[in-house]
Design a binder for this molecule. Structure first.
Ligand SMILES: Cc1cc2nc3c(=O)[nH]c(=O)nc-3n(C[C@H](O)[C@H](O)[C@H](O)COP(=O)(O)O)c2cc1C
Length: 145
């Protein structure tokens, strides 16, 4: 596998600012779809209560540049990188940035909920479960769409 075929995956968790509205989230998604498509980035943004969990996947330099911008964004805080890993496949190849929130609670996989809890500390053992769980979730979303 040559390095330019490798897909870099970055998962982080953050907390939304108190004044972030649905309109604000719509704006984030609009910009994300446009810029991610251009950069060859796919992934998913999940919001449960005030907690965001996002997977960014694509060429490593593009993912890191995008994450640097996201990291500086005042609309969220307490950003914590959970996973950085490489593989030959994307989990969310069908989406520039899928979005799921707890308003459509039924759509959030029960197994994902522990990762969307601010109290979860991401000990190494719980980290290992996150990529397989996100993969199962992408299969569920593919079937629904
Ligand atoms: C939770 C969250 C997720 C975001 N996800 C993305 C994303 O996937 N791609 C992206 O380009 N910008 C994303 N953004 C927006 C960026 O922070 C940034 O505003 C945008 O890339 C435009 O860059 P600029 O503000 O420097 O013009 C996200 C912001 C937040 C708060």
């Amino acid at each position: 596998m040559s390095s330019d075929q490798e897909i870099f995956h970055l998962v982080y968790r953050s907390i939304a600012e108190d004044d972030l509205t649905q309109k604000g989230i719509d704006g984030i998604l609009r910009v994300s779809h446009k810029l991610n498509r251009k950069a060859g980035i796919s992934g998913i943004l999940i919001k449960r209560g005030k907690v965001f969990l996002q997977l960014l996947e694509g060429p490593k330099n593009k993912v890191l540049t995008t994450f640097r911008r996201i990291h500086q964004d005042p609309r969220h805080h307490s950003i914590k990188t959970v996973i950085e890993t490489k593989s030959s496949d994307r989990l969310y190849s069908n989406w520039d940035m899928a979005y799921v929130e707890d308003a459509d609670e039924h759509a959030i996989l029960e197994e994902l909920i522990p990762f969307l809890d601010e109290a979860t500390s991401f000990a190494d053992n719980s980290k290992e479960a996150i990529m397989p769980t996100l993969k199962i979730f992408s299969e569920k979303l593919s079937k629904e769409s």
